[in-house]
Design a protein around this ligand. Structure first.
Ligand SMILES: Cc1ncc(C[n+]2csc(CCOP(=O)(O)OP(=O)(O)O)c2C)c(N)n1
Length: 304
């Protein structure tokens, strides 16, 4: 368990807990048959989008993947619109047709469940920003398993060649569905990125303040020099790949739990944690009740 964690602002801890409790609530709703389609939670990885949220500017475009609830909530603080979307109720961000994995907010956010699919679009948007923008960034999240997709290398090539303002964030949780990274990846991500002459940062810390301090120069460089950067987080998922499909051993899961950032905050800052946890618990329970009471959403042609 990390002893290096510094105290968080109430706002950051609240955001971490909001994502955590949103995700546990979703798993519960799924088991009650309240969700259609599938859903992948980001349990254990919440600290990444929470750390990045102060580095992302309003004009930036974020591209997310199948594990994107935390990316969305940290950016827009809109758990309500997302829950309505995933449960197909009125007030849904994309009128309930996107579900858990396919979210669009005009000019600012797109997620897709197809591994790597958003990357080509992210490169296109970065190209647009380079030509017509001032200092906006395209920011794309991928997992380590997605480095088996050819689009990753096409995008790295063009991003380096055209010097695109693209920040590629890799959430390396050491496993892709059921395949450990060590069984599917030759070499490593850093060497692949450096082969393209692209800036690279690796983050092992889970301390939100430290992560911001470490990454702020890379974001600034990419933003002002209009050039790409790849940032890898050595992280772990606490939960299954999607719902009941965890192929890891009990030992591996226990080791992941020991690294859980939220447990560390609970132990180190019990009073702050207890007060915020009670508040957010209440918020998510009330939210779930309110959203599920609504009539189904209907398609209205365009997303927000
Ligand atoms: C092109 C494609 N192939 C397969 C899948 C099925 N699939 C969904 S997530 C996933 C594993 C992704 O692993 P990783 O990129 O490491 O992300 P993580 O799930 O670990 O966050 C797979 C194989 C998919 N969505 N898209």
């Amino acid at each position: 368990m990390s002893s290096r964690l510094g105290k968080l602002s109430d706002e950051d801890l609240e955001c971490l807990l909001r994502i955590r409790l949103f995700e546990t609530c979703l798993l519960e709703l799924f088991s009650q048959g309240q969700l259609s389609g599938t859903t992948h939670t980001c349990l254990g990885q919440e600290y990444i989008p929470v750390a990045l949220r102060t580095l992302i500017e309003p004009g930036d475009f974020v591209f997310s993947n199948h594990r994107g609830h935390g990316h969305y909530i940290a950016r827009f603080d809109d758990a309500e619109g997302l829950l309505a979307e995933i449960t197909g109720r009125q007030g849904a961000i994309c009128h309930g047709v996107g579900g858990s994995q396919h979210i669009y907010r005009r000019g600012s956010y797109l997620s897709t469940g197809i591994q790597g699919e958003g990357l080509g679009i992210a490169a296109g948007v970065a190209g647009h920003f380079k030509r017509f923008g001032s200092n906006e960034l395209a920011i794309a999240y991928v997992g380590d398993g997605t480095w088996g997709q050819g689009i990753v290398y096409e995008v790295l090539n063009l991003a380096a060649l055209w010097q695109l303002p693209l920040a590629l964030i890799v959430e390396n949780n050491g496993i892709a569905q059921s395949t450990p990274t060590a069984l599917q990846m030759a070499g490593n991500i850093e060497a692949r990125v450096r082969a393209f002459g692209i800036e690279y940062e690796e983050v092992t810390s889970t301390d939100i303040t430290e992560i911001r301090r470490l990454l702020s120069p890379s974001f600034l460089l990419s933003r002002t020099q209009r050039s790409p950067v790849v940032i890898t987080f050595e992280t772990m998922r606490l939960g299954p790949h999607s719902k009941g499909d965890d192929t890891r051993t009990a030992d591996e899961i226990a080791r992941a739990r020991q690294r859980d950032v939220l447990t560390c905050y609970e132990v180190k800052f019990p009073e702050q944690y207890a007060a915020i946890r009670a508040r957010v618990d209440d918020e998510i329970t009330t939210l779930a009740r309110r959203v599920l009471d609504r009539p189904p959403s209907t398609w209205k042609g365009l997303c927000a």
